[in-house]
Design a protein around this ligand. Structure first.
Ligand SMILES: Cc1cc2nc3c(=O)[nH]c(=O)nc-3n(C[C@H](O)[C@H](O)[C@H](O)COP(=O)(O)OP(=O)(O)OC[C@H]3O[C@@H](n4cnc5c(N)ncnc54)[C@H](O)[C@@H]3O)c2cc1C
Length: 293
């Protein structure tokens, strides 16, 4: 059963996200990580797209390689940022010719240091426009982003619910959330989205904590809140113990979400295998991924 069939059958999916490495050594680490991930039986993997189109060829090559060599359904992220409609079309044509089944259609972030997204003169302003374009011209399954605690540019979470519904109406088949550390934030957003008519699966994005510094970076980058129970559980003087605590926290979070009927778990791996593999092993050992009940 592939990921879309699983989501349709109300069985939770399991997926991991990677980014194209910047160095040759990074590629070696990534392939080792992917080999481990393959053994854990993922439903799909996704590969990010660098800010402003900076990883264009790397993202396309990596998804093609994962799909053909590891035979895992692979989703390519694609952003409006920095691209004309014609350039996006060229990338989408290449992905389709390579048999990539899914695209995560995103707007992309504003340039570093700026609060305002810059639309390409011949491009798209919002993810919903890219989704609409892909839906009208291609056969991909289309993923989109959503934000349980609100996108940093949004006035409130209700605005994010509204635009998630618009993305669904434009053709998105499923959504993946920004990372969050408090399941209550996810369930509040999920329930508000369902009340607003969002029916597509909403997959929860989780990031296993691997260092205290990293946690602070992500908080300032995406505005996620950090519950006191997480910060107080992280030992200040033992990097190894932080990693182990991050696994326990991520596993408990994933189990809580699965108990609450989440459509899927998507792990932001940061290209490291240890924590994600440990969380997946924990979920499998507890029988949490086989059925929803
Ligand atoms: C799961 C996930 C994966 C990601 N992967 C990548 C990646 O690979 N590469 C990358 O560069 N970035 C990635 N991002 C980050 C993403 O590009 C940023 O969060 C970006 O700022 C918003 O992208 P979006 O697709 O949600 O944009 P949009 O849906 O366009 O939303 C952006 C803002 O505009 C508002 N809005 C949306 N539609 C409209 C509209 N029609 N009219 C007016 N306002 C609107 C929204 O409320 C929000 O505040 C990812 C984010 C997530 C959650």
């Amino acid at each position: 059963m592939n990921a879309i069939q699983k989501l349709s059958a109300h069985l939770p999916t399991l997926s991991c996200e990677y980014f194209p490495p910047r160095t040759p050594a990074g590629w070696g680490t990534l392939y080792a990580t992917l080999a481990t991930a393959h053994e854990t039986g993922l439903d799909f993997v996704s590969v990010t797209y660098g800010a402003g189109g900076s990883t264009r060829q790397k993202t396309v090559s990596l998804v093609e390689r994962i799909q053909s060599e590891l035979n895992i359904d692979t989703m390519a992220h694609l952003t409006c940022a920095g691209h004309s409609r014609a350039e996006l079309e060229t990338i989408l044509d290449e992905l389709q010719a390579s048999g990539i089944p899914a695209v995560m259609a995103l707007r992309g972030d504003p340039p570093r240091g700026s609060h305002d997204f810059v639309q390409h003169p011949d491009g798209f302003r919002h993810a919903s426009e890219l989704i609409d374009f892909i839906q009208r011209h291609y056969d991909f399954k289309i993923g989109c982003a959503c934000y349980p605690e609100g996108h940093p540019e949004s006035a409130n979470v209700q605005q994010d619910v509204y635009y998630l519904k618009l993305k669904q109406d434009c053709g998105a088949d499923f959504a993946v959330t920004q990372l969050f550390f408090d399941n209550d934030d996810f369930f509040r957003f999920h329930d508000a989205a369902r009340r607003a008519g969002v029916t597509i699966p909403i997959i929860a994005g989780l990031m296993p904590v691997t260092s205290v510094a990293q946690l602070g970076r992500f908080q300032s980058l995406c505005g996620c809140s950090i519950p006191a129970k997480l910060t107080t559980s992280l030992p200040p003087d033992s990097p190894e113990a932080v990693i182990e605590q991050g696994i326990l926290y991520g596993l408990a979070q994933a189990e809580g979400l699965l108990n609450g009927g989440v459509d899927g778990i998507h792990l932001y791996t940061l290209n490291k295998s240890h924590s994600s593999a440990a969380i997946i092993a924990g979920l499998r050992a507890n029988g949490r991924l086989e059925s929803r009940d």
